[in-house]
Design a protein around this ligand. Structure first.
Ligand SMILES: Cc1ncc(COP(=O)(O)O)c(C=O)c1O
Length: 493
């Protein structure tokens, strides 16, 4: 039985509506949930109802993972705040984080949110290149600070006509091969999209502007998990550097093994950024973020202080998260379970007139809904109805993209293949109902009515070797990692 709450659902909602800014939106605004507890990939509401969480990438290794919670509690009782003093947790975490990155990325700054990390990245870029202008993509979101809203077209376009584009921001098209100037059938769309960005760069120079940095996510989550095509990043990174600017990879959503194939999103594209920013998953829910860069770039900034950045509790938790990723082989799990999810959605796609595109990598999946496959008109309402209907089935999903018509999944990495099958099955049933309704009022073409029988045999449990599986040397585990192995969910059940 859930504990008796201090306030009822209605009282909590009433207070929220009165005391918290209206612009802070709730998930399921029309019928919000009061979540009181979470474990693994499950959320529990105030009535004790369990929900399967397909969107909480912040709880990267699983909600309230016992090893992460235990380490955090222990450090909280020892020392919580010591900004300006030497601390082992901070330096050990920096060392561990750097060991996961290419050699050139060897200096860390710690902060408390992805936004702070991106803001510092822009400051570092300006300090190093002595150029303040930035080039970003039109489908980007990079955070909630003033500077970052300016380089987040998906956000400032929402503000509407009141927003004046800043002269220091230059916007290039998102390399989206489903919806965009060049589709997947075009020859070498990566180079064509790169050329579009180069044109934006050249126009800025003609206008007398000096660009110091290019910032992008390796997988563009705000556009609904768009993966830039082959050749795009290598071509752009080369050009940007030839112009004396630097490249920032925003790994706030896709870093730390979520992409399955690799530990970092930029590794999917065979490039090495000059600055990497991370946030959300690194603290598994605890506020923690970092900027990792080269020594030369780091040294260009004369002064930086952060009261909470790098505090011992945050860093102890950050270390615990890395330990769990390694010990529980979550990178290979992201690859296999992510493949199950994507294969499952691909398998039902031909039966559903409204599934325009299925894309993503690892546990970052996007399913784009359209009114019909020919016009590709975004099916925004259908996407919204679908996530509410899925909620009725106790599965939590979200929407992303300019038109909010892409269903996105980025669950905790302890998500299982059974969870994947379950989600695809219910998604297919719910969407088939929506399609039938839409067809009955002539909104979509239902030549081929969606079968609700998902061919589950495409969803297989493939054994695989993690690229981060422990090596023989690692097998001689130290005391700390064996403690991490002991503290698993099973022991707290
Ligand atoms: C790609 C990306 N960058 C930066 C941020 C900002 O992170 P935070 O909300 O922790 O400030 C977000 C948040 O959603 C994000 O998705």
């Amino acid at each position: 039985m859930p504990e008796k709450p201090e306030f009822s659902f209605r009282q909590t909602l009433h207070m929220r509506r009165n005391f918290i800014g209206r612009s802070c939106k709730l998930h399921f605004e029309a019928a919000p949930l009061k979540i009181v507890r979470a474990s693994r990939q499950y959320l529990y509401d105030d009535t004790g109802q369990e929900y399967l969480d397909c969107i909480n990438n912040t709880s990267h290794v699983g909600h309230c993972h016992p090893h992460v919670v235990g380490v955090g509690q222990e450090q909280m009782a020892k020392l919580c705040s010591s900004s300006g003093f030497l601390n082992e947790q901070t330096t050990m975490y920096a060392k561990h984080l750097i060991s996961t990155l290419p050699e050139s990325l060897c200096v860390c700054f710690f902060l408390s949110s992805g936004s702070e990390a991106n803001d510092l990245a822009l400051r570092l870029a300006a300090a190093y290149t002595k150029k303040k202008d930035v080039i970003c993509l039109d489908g980007a979101y990079h955070g909630n600070l003033g500077t970052l809203v300016e380089i987040s077209p998906v956000r400032y376009k929402k503000i509407g006509s009141a927003h004046q584009p800043r002269e220091w921001v230059h916007v290039a098209p998102t390399p989206n091969t489903f919806r965009g100037k060049f589709d997947a059938k075009t020859e070498n769309p990566g180079l064509l999209y790169a050329n579009e960005l180069i044109k934006v760069f050249q126009k800025a120079y003609q206008d007398g502007r000096q660009i110091g940095a290019f910032i992008s996510e390796p997988v563009i989550s705000a556009s609904g998990m768009v993966i830039p095509p082959e050749n795009y990043f290598p071509c752009i990174y080369r050009y940007v550097r030839e112009q004396g600017a630097i490249c920032i990879a925003d790994e706030v959503q896709c870093g730390l093994g979520r992409c399955g194939e690799q530990f970092w999103g930029f590794q999917l594209h065979n490039v090495v950024p000059d600055i990497v920013t991370i946030g959300k998953p690194v603290g598994n829910g605890y506020p923690l973020a970092a900027v990792i860069t080269t020594k030369e770039i780091a040294d260009s900034l004369m002064d930086f202080t952060s009261t909470f950045g790098g505090n011992p509790v945050a860093c102890a938790i950050g270390r615990a998260v890395l330990e769990v990723i390694e010990n529980e082989k979550l990178v290979s799990s992201a690859k296999n379970v992510g493949k199950c999810l994507k294969d499952g959605f691909k398998a039902i796609q031909p039966k559903h007139p409204m599934i325009g595109d299925v894309r993503g990598v690892g546990m970052l999946i996007g399913v784009e809904l359209v009114m019909d496959k020919e016009s590709k008109k975004p099916a925004r309402e259908a996407a919204e109805i679908l996530i509410y209907k899925m909620k009725e089935r106790k599965i939590i999903m979200g929407t992303e993209g300019k038109d909010k018509n892409v269903i996105v999944l980025s669950p905790p990495l302890c998500f299982t293949t059974d969870n994947a099958r379950y989600v695809v099955q219910h998604f297919s049933e719910v969407l088939a109902n929506i399609e039938s309704e839409a067809a009955s009022v002539g909104l979509t073409n239902l030549d081929e009515v969606g079968s609700t029988n998902v061919p589950l045999d495409v969803i297989t449990d493939e054994p695989s070797i993690s690229i981060h599986a422990l090596s023989d040397e690692d097998d001689e585990e130290d005391e700390e990692s064996s403690a991490a192995k002991r503290a698993r969910y099973e022991e707290v059940d």
